[in-house]
Design a protein around this ligand. Structure first.
Ligand SMILES: Cc1cc2nc3c(=O)[nH]c(=O)nc-3n(C[C@H](O)[C@H](O)[C@H](O)COP(=O)(O)O)c2cc1C
Ligand SMILES: [Fe+2]
Ligand SMILES: [Fe+2]
Length: 401
């Protein structure tokens, strides 16, 4: 049985949800599942904008058949060639052998790499700003290279002024019937997952996101239809502002994220003491994570949100505790910038943690180390409290200026 929903006159959501998948890309936990969105426009010509993941193919194909009501599919627009959106291309071509597959050079290159689809005569290669008229509806293509793959395009539908934005503006979290963000309590139901999706999946490509935001800035946009999560038809300035900030690596909020590694609890103890002292001074909304416990994608999401980091780790085999090292390398890989960082190190016989952490932080652009890194030898001693108070003061001043 199909499960579709109108998005605008003659435009239908034909996607679906997966609440069983443990991890997105086999990496990112999905406690609330994930939605794969796909959109079908039924005009004089019919056009499907992207397909879905293999997990929900059966439902998806039923949805498409239902909306087409016996008609054929004229166009299949491929904004993004990642397999979570492309699992049904071959099946659609089998069912609708005359369908024109709309993409760019890279799209077709990737189709042939992933699939065995011997249908070159069906390719319709478009260039930047090319248009395809479906009748009332007209599609116009804006390339969004490296947001977050090289072939990515945005498709703008001129009649309803809808931007089909591929993975951009997407969110983790399945849809609970309500397709539109304004039908949900977005900040409690999706915002954290929206940010976690951005930071981890798109975060590295801030420059490219800025470029495509500028490209579409002149368009009148009434709706943004991403490939995952809620559709935007209200509060567009809200969501555009989030993307603008995130892609400029500007924190959303002044505040402190404390993240630590600890085997025997001594580094952890220092982190709790720092948070306690900051709280007494009046810092609110702090977040603290044990990097061995919390999946890095959640920590990275909060690092994207807040302005200040306190990072603590023991020395491990003449280097840095490797879970912490992996997290800091991932942050550098995602091109995190513009944060202020205080460092806490711990060792028993040879101090390395602070040095490695500092080097990794200095690989990132525009990062400021606050005050003097604080180091303990196995455990913190009362005599070190004045030194720690100095660092806490420096953090406090840095957050409150
Ligand atoms: C496998 C392993 C390797 C370690 N390697 C080092 C090291 O190379 N240099 C060092 O000074 N301490 C090393 N340590 C000791 C810890 O860094 C030290 O005891 C620290 O105080 C532990 O902090 P915690 O209480 O927060 O876990 C190692 C500990 C373990 C278990
Ligand atoms: Fe993707
Ligand atoms: Fe995706």
């Amino acid at each position: 049985m199909h499960c579709v929903q109108p998005v605008a006159p003659q435009i239908f959501w034909v996607g679906g949800n997966d609440r069983r998948l443990e991890r997105f890309e086999n990496m990112f936990p999905l406690p609330n599942g994930v939605a794969y969105n796909s959109y079908l426009i039924v005009d004089e010509k019919t056009a499907l904008v992207d397909t879905v993941d293999a997990a929900i193919s059966a439902l998806f194909l039923e949805n498409v058949v239902h909306v087409l009501q016996g008609r054929s599919l004229d166009y299949l627009v491929i904004n993004h060639m990642e397999p979570d959106h492309c699992a049904n291309i071959e099946e659609l071509v089998r069912r609708y052998p005359d369908v024109k597959i709309v993409g760019n050079k890279k799209t077709f290159q990737f189709i042939e790499q992933f699939y065995t689809l011997d249908k070159r005569e069906n390719y319709l290669e478009v260039s930047e700003r090319d248009e395809i008229s479906l009748g009332r509806h007209v599609l116009k293509f804006f390339f969004a290279p490296m947001v977050h793959w090289p072939e990515v395009m945005f498709t703008y539908e001129q009649q309803e002024k809808i931007l089909f934005s591929a993975d951009a503006f997407g969110s983790f979290g399945a849809l609970s019937g309500n397709l539109f963000s304004d039908q949900t309590d977005f900040e409690s139901a999706y915002l954290e997952e929206f940010r976690r999706y951005y930071a981890n999946i798109v975060g590295k490509y801030g420059i490219q996101v800025q470029a495509v935001l500028k490209k579409v800035a002149g368009l009148e946009i009434r709706m943004i239809c991403p490939l995952h999560g809620p559709v935007w038809r209200r509060d567009l300035p809200y969501v555009l502002d989030k993307y603008d900030r995130w892609s400029k690596y500007e924190p959303e909020k002044k505040g402190v994220v404390l993240l630590y590694a600890s085997m025997y609890g001594n580094t952890e103890n220092v982190m709790n003491i720092i948070a306690n002292k900051l709280a007494i001074k009046g810092i609110s909304d702090m977040r603290m994570y044990d990097v061995s416990k919390t999946h890095p994608s959640y920590i990275i999401a909060d690092v994207w949100k807040y302005s200040h980091l306190v990072i603590g780790s023991p020395t491990y085999n003449m280097g840095l505790y490797y879970v912490m090292e992996a997290l800091l390398r991932e942050m550098a890989g995602l091109k995190l910038q513009n944060r202020k960082v205080a460092l806490i190190g711990n060792y028993t016989w040879s101090s390395m943690a602070v040095r490695v952490m500092r080097n990794l932080i200095e690989e990132m652009e525009n990062m400021e180390i606050i005050g003097m890194p604080f180091t303990i030898k196995s455990s913190m001693k009362v005599e070190q409290e004045a030194e720690l108070d100095k660092l806490v003061d420096d953090i406090y001043v840095s957050v409150t200026v």
